[in-house]
Design a protein. Structure first.
Length: 226
């Protein structure tokens, strides 16, 4: 086996003219690297993609953290909203139950008022009918009173005419006013001529004969009260 010495003298101690003839102990090997160029390009491209992927992953992680925080906040808000919804539903059911009770009470009250209204209408109709009957009876009574008053006035006029004719014929008239009223308001259905009084024989005097007083007071008319 040949032993090669790798000792190389220091060039600082040799003249420059010998320097080109001194070769280093490490030999340079020249290899054809044209075959591995595509691999190097692919490696660089892969490294670039890896760097981009790392950046993209970091961005995605940041976005994921932000979305997670937003999701947690949304969950908290959703929980609060659900709690509020449950409270509102409880209030709604309570209000609905109270409203149904009020509707039942109002319906019962409406039925009572309807029955009472029908009873009042019936009572009003009965009272109105009774009042109409009373008014009709009062009108009939009024007409009857008017006929009686007319009849009494007619009888009074006829009685006055008879009395006037008796006075003209020389018969004595009743001297008492009460008798006059009794004659005028005698409750008779027909005219009755009063009986003549017996004449008393008196001595004639020189003084002129005084006529007996005649009742000229007209009777008061009856007031019709309806």
């Amino acid at each position: 086996m040949t032993r090669l010495s790798l000792v190389v003298p220091d060039l600082n101690y040799l003249p420059e003219k010998y320097h080109p003839f001194i070769s280093p102990a490490v030999r340079r090997v020249y290899l054809d690297t044209s075959v591995h160029t595509d691999l190097q390009k692919q490696l660089k491209h892969a490294e670039t993609r890896l760097a981009r992927k790392i950046c993209s992953e970091e961005d995605l992680m940041r976005r994921c953290e932000a979305l997670t925080a937003a999701l947690n906040a949304h969950r908290m808000g959703e929980a609060e909203a659900n709690e509020r919804i449950r409270e509102i539903e409880d209030d709604f059911y309570e209000a609905e139950r109270g409203l149904k009770e009020q509707i039942g009470e109002l319906t019962a009250r409406c039925e009572e008022l309807t029955i009472e209204n029908a009873r009042e209408k019936k009572l009003k109709h009965t009272k109105q009918k009774a009042l109409e009957d009373r008014v009709a009876a009062a009108e009939n009574q009024n007409e009857e009173l008017k006929r009686r008053i007319k009849k009494l006035e007619r009888e009074r006029r006829e009685s006055n005419q008879v009395l006037s004719s008796d006075e003209d014929s020389g018969e004595e008239l009743p001297s008492s006013p009460l008798a006059c009223h009794q004659i005028e308001f005698a409750p008779s259905s027909r005219l009755i001529k009063p009986l003549p009084r017996r004449r008393m024989v008196r001595e004639r005097s020189c003084s002129p004969r005084r006529r007996p007083p005649v009742c000229q007071d007209r009777p008061k008319r009856m007031r019709l009260v309806v």
